[in-house]
Design a protein around this ligand. Structure first.
Ligand SMILES: Cc1cc2nc3c(=O)[nH]c(=O)nc-3n(C[C@H](O)[C@H](O)[C@H](O)COP(=O)(O)O)c2cc1C
Length: 159
């Protein structure tokens, strides 16, 4: 390999993405959430999406074993929410306003879009797990809303 991990991260970081917080419940019913920019749509029929979860993070087992998860697509005024779910912490949910979707997983009401998912498949891929979800419910609001973006290791904005 003619490049190291830092260079690989720099190269893939040239691909601008949105930012999501993916939520689920663990086997005790406790709320779990991580900031994730590995989200992608996959299939229209059936409606499938994916995100990738790092095998090293505390939330890994919860996602591996979950039945449902929610993808909250963040708007540019949700940077604090993104930061709250971007690193391991005992109190990720302290002071975080949320409701619960039909599938029981947390939702952040100011998100630009929310995709409620049933777990459809999981695929092991190197040091990550590819989580594929079948979308069961959608909500979105794009009028006068700008997405939070991530590019080159930093947040960015359309406006
Ligand atoms: C912009 C951004 C995007 C991220 N995307 C992912 C991702 O797609 N998959 C992932 O596993 N971690 C991703 N992370 C890191 C996780 O959010 C972080 O490791 C997680 O919150 C750790 O929490 P835990 O140890 O409580 O599970 C991302 C972080 C940031 C700041």
């Amino acid at each position: 390999m003619a490049f190291d991990q830092r260079e690989f991260r720099n190269a893939v970081g040239c691909f601008a993405t949105g930012v999501t917080v993916v939520t689920t419940l663990d086997k005790e019913g406790d709320r779990v959430g991580i900031t994730a920019n590995s989200f992608s749509s996959v299939s229209l029929d059936p409606p499938l999406v994916l995100f990738c979860v790092d095998a090293k993070i505390n939330s890994f087992e919860a996602f591996e074993n979950c039945e449902n998860f929610n993808i909250n697509v963040l708007s540019e005024n949700q940077i604090e929410l993104s930061n709250a779910f971007a690193r391991s912490s005992e109190d990720k949910w302290d002071g975080i306003e949320h409701v619960f979707g039909d599938n029981g997983c947390p939702i952040f009401e100011n998100s630009i879009a929310v995709l409620e998912c049933d777990k459809y498949a999981i695929h092991s891929a190197g040091d990550h797990l590819i989580m594929v979800g079948q979308v069961t419910k959608i909500a979105y609001e794009t009028v006068e809303r700008h997405p939070l973006l991530y590019f080159n290791g930093a947040y960015a904005s359309l406006s």
